[in-house]
Design a protein around this ligand. Sequence first.
Ligand SMILES: Cc1ncc(COP(=O)(O)O)c(C=O)c1O
Length: 379
Amino acid sequence: MKSMEEYREHFPIFKSKVYINSCSYAALSNEVEAAFLNYLKDRHQLGADWINWCDRLERVRALFANLLSAKESEIAVTASASASLSAVSSSLDFSGPRKKIVTTDLAFPTEAHAWHALKKNGAEVVHVKEKDGMIDIEELERLVDDKTLLVAVPLVCYRNGALADIPKICDISRKNGAMILVDAYQGVGAVPISAADWNVDFIVGGSLKYLLSTAGVGFLYVREDLIGQSNPTQTGWFAQEDIHAMLIHDNIPANSARRFEQGTPAVPNLYAAEAGLNLILEIGVENIREYVAALNEHLKEGVLKIGGKLMSPTDPELHGAMITVASTDQYALVDRLAEQNIVASCRDGNLRLSAHFYNNIQDIDRVLKVLSDNKNFLA
Ligand SMILES: Cc1ncc(COP(=O)(O)O)c(C=O)c1O
């Protein structure tokens, strides 16, 4: 296998910048750039190449399945994590006694919106609060009961980087007969995920962050046993058992997670998503997790040494790839970093520093130098 330094060479942005913002959007690799160009070349040379485009959709599905340790038939390729969430929410049935959806205060807004929009169907939505920046498991245990239809949690919180204890949450949900959805967007590609081991019902995410590619391609994992009983009303012709049937007097959804899809896939983005996924799988998520953990240990130590306050848990087992630092002026701090050609982002008053396999120790030292020179913006 190539070294991480060799892989870094695939990302031209590092010639001019320190890019440490994968929680927002990944750096662009030569492979993903070439994939986009291939799409344009194919358009010039082949026109409308539907057969190959559909094959590519299936290849992307297989790559997602591989990444999540799932079956291909359990994966829907969607347009975004929001589209995945909406497809799931449109399939939920509130006609029985289970009307409660338990979400958390660590949810990304789009996840919470999906559930609150269901209040018109009779859903009762409750939020588990955070405790020390993590999901308060005791409160979750109190809120999940035999009236709970679904428990929804982020794998990694987009605001502070906290990593949820999915096996524990699954255990509580299963004991109460509730379904479990994991929003894995801030983890996928940086934190190993095994749908089979987790025994969850739904996993949502997308391609533009740690999966290295682009907006326009999301995914939804649906546990095999649930597929037959799920009837999403957010649907379309790509969700039909036979896409080519052109049926208009009925709705016959596919006998796989494809029933959660909708219309024409975002073809150019599939080219990019395939290239990004191939690169991630070639390097291996376990390797990425280990490599980034070492960078983050150096980062956390450095932040504490200069008197900064970490908003992410300090225990490496309790956070994802993103480390957050409390700031008195998050935007000014991001600007100071940008002046030194360092790309980072912020949310909720915190600076977000999200390393990937393409970052190195020198990147971390450069970030620490800017933080040290701007202590007035550290809370
Ligand atoms: C945890 C999480 N979930 C969902 C989303 C939204 O994804 P999309 O824009 O693909 O719907 C984001 C985007 O940042 C996110 O961080």
